[in-house]
Design a binder for this molecule. Structure first.
Ligand code: CIZ
Ligand code: SF4
Length: 306
């Protein structure tokens, strides 16, 4: 490790103690950010960690909706982002007004929102879900009810198939996962013939349809550990490969896509973590009225699929 980086890590660790802070990093973060963090996980795992810690400050290394979800679950704690501009383009595709318009076009429908949404959109929704519990959440809705599923159409289509249920889908998508192409997947599969493919449900059907397992990031980490295969093809944002390798040093992980990095996830750096801790800057605050309504949607999810 270069001297500058190890000095920075020392400073971050010292400030973290002084500020009674905890650093949380999403599975897609750059390696040095994952390594300086107290916990690495998916957005819900991290928000639940945030709610359970007695730290006063949470530095959330992910994208904006994730820090908001932590703020929704942890009133009274300061939630900071290393870079306040790291947003999720998929979450930004839908506004609270769009949800209100869909609800008036489909009166009585239950709105299930993917966690990749703003607090305002969650506040307009009935139940939240993540990629690991979306099927269970949808199956919990009484069969006579229509379901509006927002914002990811690819996750929506996957859930429709798994739950055996048609839904009203919004036209959103993840710009990183839709860059995954079948030609590239076929090339990688050809080069590693016995390797199973683990893909995220944000990938289009032509990718997820060819996967051996379609899973959230936490699911990919769990199944990669369980599988006996020595080489595994990973169909999601390649940032996850750092943790996969760390936890399974004897296995080889091959990305299904070389150009599917999420630029927003990569905006967080060690320097920005240090600055946020030093200045207690970039706080994410959710207005109380919105927070309570959004919390209701998250709590309904936790009651169905903790
Ligand atoms: O919920 C998350 O962390 C996201 C966005 C993806 C996943 O599958 O973990
Ligand atoms: Fe959003 Fe996709 Fe980036 Fe996740 S990988 S934060 S869904 S743009």
């Amino acid at each position: 490790m270069i001297g500058y980086e190890s000095e920075l890590i020392e400073k971050v660790n010292r400030l973290k103690k002084e500020r009674k802070a905890v650093i949380l990093a999403h599975n897609y973060q750059v390696p040095e950010v994952q390594d300086v963090s107290d916990f690495v996980g998916d957005s819900l795992e991290l928000s639940l960690k945030a709610a359970r810690t007695d730290a006063e400050v949470i530095v959330f290394c992910g994208v904006h909706f994730m820090a908001e979800t932590a703020a929704i679950l942890c009133p009274g704690k300061k939630v900071l982002m290393p870079d306040i501009n790291s947003g999720c383009p998929m979450a930004d595709m839908i506004t609270a007004n769009d949800v209100r318009a869909m609800k008036s076009a489909h009166p009585g429908a239950i709105v299930v929102c993917y966690v990749n949404t703003s607090a305002e959109v969650k506040a307009e929704s009935d139940i939240c879900c993540t990629s690991s519990n979306a099927v269970k959440v949808v199956q919990s809705v009484p069969s006579e009810k229509d379901i509006i599923f927002i914002p990811d159409k690819h996750l929506g289509k996957f859930v429709e198939e798994q739950a055996g249920r048609k839904m009203i889908l919004f036209d959103g998508y993840c710009p990183s996962h839709v860059r995954m192409m079948s030609e590239e997947l076929h090339r990688v599969k050809g080069a590693f013939r016995d390797a199973p493919v683990l893909a995220h449900p944000e990938t289009p059907a032509e990718i997820s349809g060819e996967a051996d397992h379609v899973l959230s990031t936490s699911g990919i980490l769990r199944v990669a550990h369980e599988l006996s295969a020595s080489t595994i093809i990973v169909g999601t944002e390649p940032g996850i490969i750092h943790r996969l390798k760390k936890e399974n040093p004897e296995k080889t992980f091959v990305p299904a896509c070389q150009w599917c990095n999420c630029a927003n996830m990569k905006m967080n750096t060690l320097e920005k973590i240090f600055w946020a801790l030093e200045d207690l800057s970039n706080e994410v605050v959710v207005p109380e009225k919105i927070r309570l309504k959004a919390r209701h949607a998250v709590d309904r999810m936790l009651a169905i699929a903790p």
